[in-house]
Design a protein around this ligand. Structure first.
Ligand code: F0G
Length: 474
């Protein structure tokens, strides 16, 4: 056995976890309409719903909160944040937003005209919603491998340049306001994009004068994969790789709640001054003054520090290592997960886990519910429910990937917590035949996964009891 490593931090403050009984979890699940988004957080033992805004801040960040400049205009905390983005991300112009989707809203409104096409490497829910609300059609141009959970590919988030070229030929460059390139593609399983692919996409777009905007949300994780897997980067510091990545774009939207190591905040950055001036107008309308954009001065202090802490090579190595600590054990136990293991989460392949359920019986939603019932571990559906309906036909989108996401908050849990999660999933896998499907009782019109309610199908209203016997959860 090689030498083991440990967390590159020690714990200064703790938060007690609630540990409900099986019966209490059953009640809680029922109250939540079998939707893990609707479970009260105080009813959750290990919360792997999301890595968004769930980060543990460092003592330095907590200390900086007291120094936040809460002036309505010209806050010095904003100056620090602006400088950190310019230094570590390399863009000239930066605008603060309350979180990532605030930046998506402004970019989409300014760039998209009715009837446009926005190509991207797999959709993200809020990003696509803003594109569509502004009249664009989203076109998925990720490589085919990304849609197959069993293919092990080092850069499964890559854009297929042939698909991009085909779209340009078909609709014309003037109908493509920008290419939206997401790094460490969330819904593909946290899969990275190679430096080479970023460069090639940027070069192709430049020949047609199409802008490239990154969704930089998990950019540091992507930089780690480049360091590990792409020739020529093994010896380069993460900060250096990050800056090179972002140099192959005209700007980015950013959810600071992930790789900026904070609980709230985001930004929109770019190099085009004219776009910056127009964006600044919309920041005032939707977010607040361009010197706070929906954040408190203290939030901006914390984010400026988080941006720097995130590019620490020891931090990011441990971060990805913890995700692998979870994923590798599941692979060993034969549990089907998306390969290779991604940056922020392990994704269970619910289609293979529950082959007896049809996609219309919501296998990923049912598996997420069963996992909560079994151990109080909260995960998230990323399958047919999240994919929503086709805006033209109203039919359900039917993604190839029907996944349950186990998303690891940054610096929050230990590897022992990961082991508890493994044990629960492995137990469920042994009794998978007994897990029944769900039906949707309430469907919200947009982003339905947040508020939809379900109940067990009348014909198979059973999940598994703690005592390994069938119990009805009608
Ligand atoms: N882009 C990506 C790739 C995301 O994962 C998210 C959020 C956003 C944009 C929007 O950012 O939440 O700050 O407005 N993802 C969270 C998640 C919600 O759980 O994956 P936001």
């Amino acid at each position: 056995m090689g030498r083991r490593t440990a967390e590159p931090y020690k714990i200064k403050s703790v938060e007690t976890l609630s540990m409900l009984s099986y019966e209490e979890r059953k009640e809680s699940l029922k109250r939540a309409g079998y939707n893990t988004f609707l479970i009260d957080s105080e009813d959750v033992y290990i919360d792997l719903l999301t890595d968004s805004g769930t980060t543990a801040m460092s003592d330095e960040q907590w200390g900086a909160l007291m120094t936040g400049d809460e002036a309505y205009a010209g806050s010095k905390s904003w100056k620090k944040l602006e400088k950190a983005v310019q230094e570590f991300y390399g863009y000239q112009f930066v605008l603060p937003t309350h979180q990532g989707r605030g930046a998506e809203n402004i970019l989409s409104q300014l760039k998209i005209k009715d009837g446009d096409y926005v190509p991207g490497n797999m959709y993200f829910t809020t990003t696509r919603a803003h594109q569509e609300m502004n009249g664009a059609k989203f076109v998925d141009i990720i490589i085919d491998e990304a849609h197959n959970p069993t293919i092990d590919h080092p850069f499964k988030g890559n854009i297929d340049l042939t698909k991009l070229q085909k779209l340009i030929d078909e609709v014309g460059a003037e109908k493509i306001p920008y290419v939206c390139l997401a790094v460490t593609v969330n819904l593909a399983g946290g899969q990275p994009v190679s430096m080479r692919n970023m460069k090639e996409v940027y070069e192709l777009c430049q020949t047609y004068q199409i802008d490239v905007f990154f969704d930089a949300t998990r950019c540091v994780e992507n930089a780690f994969f480049i360091k590990e897997r792409e020739e020529g980067y093994a010896e380069k510091p993460i900060a250096h790789i990050l800056k090179e990545m972002l140099s192959y774009s005209d700007g980015c939207t950013m959810s600071g709640k992930k790789d900026c190591l904070v609980n709230i905040g985001g930004f929109l950055a770019m190099n085009d001054e004219e776009l910056y001036i127009r964006s600044r107008e919309l920041v005032v309308v939707y977010e607040g003054m361009p010197s706070y954009g929906g954040m408190a001065g203290r939030d901006m202090e914390a984010m400026a520090i988080g941006i720097r802490e995130a590019v620490d090579d020891h931090y990011i190595e441990h971060r990805i290592g913890q995700v692998r600590h979870l994923g590798d054990q599941l692979i060993e136990a034969g549990v089907p997960i998306v390969l290779p293991i991604g940056g922020h989460a392990v994704f269970l392949d619910a289609k293979s886990f529950l082959p007896h359920l049809k996609q219309d019986e919501f296998p990923a939603q049912a598996l997420a519910a069963a996992l909560y019932l079994d151990s109080g571990v909260r995960s998230m559906e990323r399958g047919i429910i999240s994919a929503g309906r086709n805006i033209e036909t109203g039919e359900n989108n039917r993604p190839e990937l029907e996944l349950v996401r186990l998303t690891i908050p940054r610096r929050v849990y230990t590897n022992n917590h990961m082991d508890v999660v493994v044990d629960s999933i492995v137990d469920l896998f042994k009794k998978r035949d007994e897990i029944g499907g769900l039906k949707m009782d309430y469907e919200p019109p947009t982003l339905r996964f947040f508020n939809a309610r379900f109940s067990p199908l009348a014909t198979s209203n059973e999940l598994i009891s703690e005592q390994n016997k069938k119990v009805s959860i009608e």
